[in-house]
Design a protein around this ligand. Structure first.
Ligand code: NAD
Ligand code: UDP
Length: 309
């Protein structure tokens, strides 16, 4: 296959580039580097199966030649990033998704949208299954991301129903691993960086809010399985092992053997109180289940952060 990956120089996107290249496919990575890093893909530059195009996908995307799949992963993803780039986040979710869908339609290619557990907002039910329609504050600071992704899902289904584009929607829950930016503001790089440099670990709120962390290699495998399956309905991918943020801080301290203190900072507005994926659908339809334990995944991630510190 020849696969276009928007956002391919980012954390998840660059792992997808590697994965598809390793399976013998051709990859065209399209990224404007707003939150990505050229270092994530530099090692692929000599490979004849890999092409990098620096481009903002909110504008028309021109790719000569055949394309079998378009994976639309471009979007700031860290809350700190989308608060810094609110308009760009809305634009890439709305206009960028429209352009990427247009490319898929023109090339008769499969389209995959990187959606998010944020479409569930601050959920009133747990775990969150794909049938839950969410509880999102459209005018809060996180609304720029949540609503852009909700619009992107609606646009994707419209192209599927009206233009008959073959689509996939993956609702990704908190995923972590090597190549996250040290300073991207998400909890995994924040805590690891703080622990490794003996700075206080900053727990927001009382730390009773929960998240469920999935290791990058598990997510990539699920994405590949989904791409090969004709499943237009949204599907959750994530690790259902749920943890309080305060316990996560303690775990990072333990694994890094850090002497850092834990300090409490104000909880950001609309920060979801709980998040745990119901992955029944992925298990049944994709025969997918995450394999990497939190401790093993964190050890790999910490190794990476030690290297780039
Ligand atoms: P990331 O910030 O590392 O990667 C996003 C990439 O998109 C970056 O390389 C950035 O430069 C690029 N980009 C942004 N706007 C663009 C534009 N207009 N044109 C071209 N490129 C653009 O984030 P990530 O964690 O790798 O997330 C990738 C995708 O997965 C995002 O769509 C995100 O919403 C989704 N997602 C991620 C998670 C997670 O836990 N990591 C969870 C849910 C959803
Ligand atoms: N968080 C925290 N300290 C930090 C960064 C994040 O306590 O230094 C909390 C944040 O408030 C949220 C959780 O960790 O409850 C996960 O935050 P992240 O930014 O990783 O992503 P989110 O799941 O909120 O999109």
């Amino acid at each position: 296959m020849r696969i276009v990956i928007t956002g391919g120089a980012g954390f998840i996107g660059s792992h997808l580039c590697d994965y598809f290249i390793s399976k013998g496919h051709h990859v065209v990575c399209v990224d404007n580097l707003i939150t990505g890093n050229i270092k994530n893909i530099e090692h692929l530059f000599g490979n004849e199966k890999f092409l990098f195009i620096k481009h903002d996908v909110t504008n028309y995307i021109h790719i000569p030649g055949k394309v079998d799949a378009v994976l639309h992963f471009a979007s700031p993803a860290s809350p700190a990033d989308y608060l810094k780039y609110p308009i760009q986040t809305l634009k890439v979710g709305a206009l960028g998704t429209h352009k990427a869908l247009g490319l898929a339609k023109e090339k008769n290619a499969i389209f995959m949208l990187a959606s998010t557990s944020e479409v569930y907002g601050d959920p009133e039910v747990s775990p969150q299954s794909e049938t839950y329609h969410g509880s999102v504050n459209p005018v809060g600071p996180r609304g720029v991301y949540d609503e852009a992704k909700r619009f992107a899902e609606a646009m994707t289904m419209a192209y599927h129903r009206y233009h008959k584009v073959s689509v996939r929607i993956v609702r990704i829950f908190n995923t972590y691993g090597p190549r996250m930016r040290l300073n991207d503001g998400r909890v995994v790089p924040n805590f690891i960086y703080q622990a490794l440099t003996n700075k206080p670990l900053t727990v927001y709120g009382d730390g009773e809010q929960t998240r469920s962390f999935c290791y990058i290699s598990d997510l990539v495998e699920g994405i590949y399985k989904l791409l090969l399956k004709n499943l237009p309905e949204p599907i959750n991918l994530g690790n259902p092992e749920e943890m309080k943020i305060i316990d996560f801080a303690r775990l990072i301290k333990k694994i890094t053997k850090s002497k850092s203190k834990i300090v409490f900072k104000p909880l950001p507005q609309d920060d979801p109180r709980q998040r745990k994926p119901d992955i029944t659908k992925a298990k049944e339809l994709l025969q997918w289940t995450p394999k990497v334990s939190l401790e093993d995944g964190l050890k790999e991630t910490i190794k990476y952060f030690k290297k780039i510190l």
